[in-house]
Design a protein. Structure first.
Length: 107
């Protein structure tokens, strides 16, 4: 299984919604999506509400993308239930609405 992703600009925030399973087979697609978003907003919210889970490689890919964004002065935040708890150094919100509110924007 792979992932599907969708991008939405909400004010100054980029929202990337991913669905499916973020496993080894989906890493290329995930990295491509995040690379595409890189120049579009200072804050990127990764909506994982409908993500079915991630492998250790998928978890590491999210951590790596967070570091890559930070190197450009941007931030990555998670919205939705995490498959295995919070990821170190990445803000995690209960859902997308809470993440947007925390960033001063609403749908």
């Amino acid at each position: 299984m792979t992932i599907q992703w969708q991008y939405q600009q909400v004010g100054a925030v980029a929202v990337v919604t991913i669905t499916g399973h973020l496993g080894k087979a989906a890493l290329h697609r995930f990295n491509g999506a995040m690379g595409w978003v890189l120049t579009r907003a200072d804050t990127v919210i990764l909506d994982i509400t409908d993500l079915h889970g991630w492998s250790p490689e998928g978890r590491e890919a999210i951590l790596t993308e967070s570091e890559r964004l930070a190197a450009y002065g941007q931030s990555l935040e998670l919205a939705g239930p995490s498959p295995d708890g919070d990821l170190p150094g990445i803000p995690h919100h209960q859902d997308l609405a809470a993440a947007l509110r925390e960033n001063g924007v609403t749908l």
